[in-house]
Write a protein that binds this ligand. Structure first.
Ligand SMILES: Cc1cc2nc3c(=O)[nH]c(=O)nc-3n(C[C@H](O)[C@H](O)[C@H](O)COP(=O)(O)OP(=O)(O)OC[C@H]3O[C@@H](n4cnc5c(N)ncnc54)[C@H](O)[C@@H]3O)c2cc1C
Length: 382
């Protein structure tokens, strides 16, 4: 069986970073001057700039605009390299990361930056009949699907089938439902409204696109609940001005093929449902017995380490730092992952140098932004 030394070469201290997302990359980059050999392992061969996934899904950007080859990223960092492998387990006692490819990665220090996964909160039909938006592949899948549904709508319209069945099929083909009024739902809604009102209107001149719908469904009484209320109101107004139907206080009860059913019994015919209602910590953490708390996130100490295994750090969306790390739970955003990555690199570097490390991790809020279409965004500064 191959081992990390086949992949990373012999060095005194081996740091394995699992996940080439914002947190993993920041940790690996910040270790560039440390006397360590860094192996960054990710199931994909690229880093994905997730904040712009919605642009790929709504046909505003191509995949190459938001994906960066991991090996290329580390070409100029002599003590680091990236490998593509899917992590399937961690032997915490033997200090080895296990992969589906059969390559074991022994470590002296482990940085877990596996991120989060889409959470369906047990709502029936979500796993089977909705799209998530966590990867470039999913973004492309959404885009391809939407364009295919509009092609299908064009065929239906031309077929002349104007009975109730035909009308419903046409409505479902041209209705996009976004579930979750956070930044992702808001950005997707704005993007799809612009796609339908612009390029698709030109591409399908014989389709009555005034009947196409973009519906944003949110269980709370306002959009962007992590922003100030007036910013959520502003985003709603901008979306509605673009023709988006915003449904607040509306929980999804079930998703079936072609239909979204709300808790109040309302049915929305739709072949395209994107679930952006929430995330949970990557399930591998719980599967290997790490202590998980709120949202499936791993409870870590003030240096983002496991309490009983200080050689294991957890950062980014997967980590749940102590309460005093922020005014409320540390948000699952890119800046928190990057700051966490840099923090653990500083801790590891100081330990190896026999120096005093940094103070406890504290997340520094740098503000948030959500766009609601071209030239429209809300920004909250700390
Ligand atoms: C659609 C969307 C929009 C967003 N918009 C914003 C925004 O505007 N601003 C903002 O600050 N944040 C935004 N975020 C959140 C931000 O992207 C995350 O907080 C950030 O990516 C977390 O970084 P991370 O390193 O913890 O995890 P990720 O960046 O998610 O990286 C995790 C990595 O782990 C890898 N991985 C997963 N499972 C395995 C496995 N079994 N084996 C090997 N590798 C694995 C993945 O391939 C991935 O590369 C958005 C997220 C999404 C999904």
């Amino acid at each position: 069986m191959a081992t990390a030394s086949d992949l990373a070469g012999p060095r005194s201290t081996s740091v394995v970073v699992v996940g080439a997302g914002f947190g993993g990359l920041a940790a690996a980059r910040a270790l560039s001057d440390a006397p360590v050999e860094v192996t960054v392992v990710d199931q994909r061969n690229h880093h994905t700039f997730q904040p712009l996934l919605y642009q790929v899904a709504t046909a505003g950007l191509g995949v190459d605009d938001i994906c960066y080859a991991s090996r290329g990223i580390f070409q100029r960092q002599s003590n680091a390299r990236a490998v593509q492998a899917r992590v399937t387990g961690i032997d915490l006692d033997d200090r080895r990361v296990l992969t589906a490819e059969g390559v074991d990665l022994p470590y002296d220090r482990l940085v877990l930056a596996l991120g989060a996964v889409t959470a369906d909160f047990g709502v029936p039909g979500v796993a089977e009949h909705t799209f998530g938006l966590k990867s470039a592949a999913e973004a492309i899948e959404i885009r391809t699907h939407v364009l295919r549904r509009f092609e299908a709508a064009d065929r239906l319209a031309r077929s002349g089938q104007d009975d109730a069945t035909g009308e419903r099929a046409l409505a479902a083909a041209t209705t996009i439902v976004l579930v979750g009024g956070g930044p992702t739902g808001v950005e997707m809604a704005g993007g799809f409204a612009e796609l339908i009102g612009g390029p698709l209107r030109k591409d399908f001149p014989e389709l009555d696109l005034a009947r196409a719908r973009v519906v944003l469904v949110e269980a709370a009484d306002r959009l962007l609940s992590t922003f100030a209320p007036r910013l959520g109101d502003h985003a709603r107004q901008r979306l509605e001005a673009r023709g988006v139907e915003v449904r607040l206080d509306a929980a999804v009860a079930e998703v079936e093929p072609g239909t979204v059913r709300l808790a109040d019994g309302t049915e929305i015919p739709s072949d395209t449902v994107v679930w952006a209602a929430g995330v949970a910590g990557h399930p591998l953490a719980a599967a290997v017995g790490l202590p998980t708390g709120r949202g499936g996130r791993v409870e870590v100490d003030h240096h983002l380490r496991l309490a009983d295994r200080p050689e294991v750090h957890v950062i980014g969306d997967l980590a749940l730092p102590p309460a005093d790390a922020f005014d409320g739970p540390v948000p699952q955003v890119a800046a928190a992952a990057i700051q966490g990555g840099r923090h653990v690199a500083a801790v590891i570097g100081a330990e190896l140098a026999g120096q005093a490390g940094p103070g406890p991790f504290r997340y520094r809020d740098q503000g948030s932004m959500a766009t609601s279409g071209r030239n429209a965004a809300v920004v909250e500064l700390p």
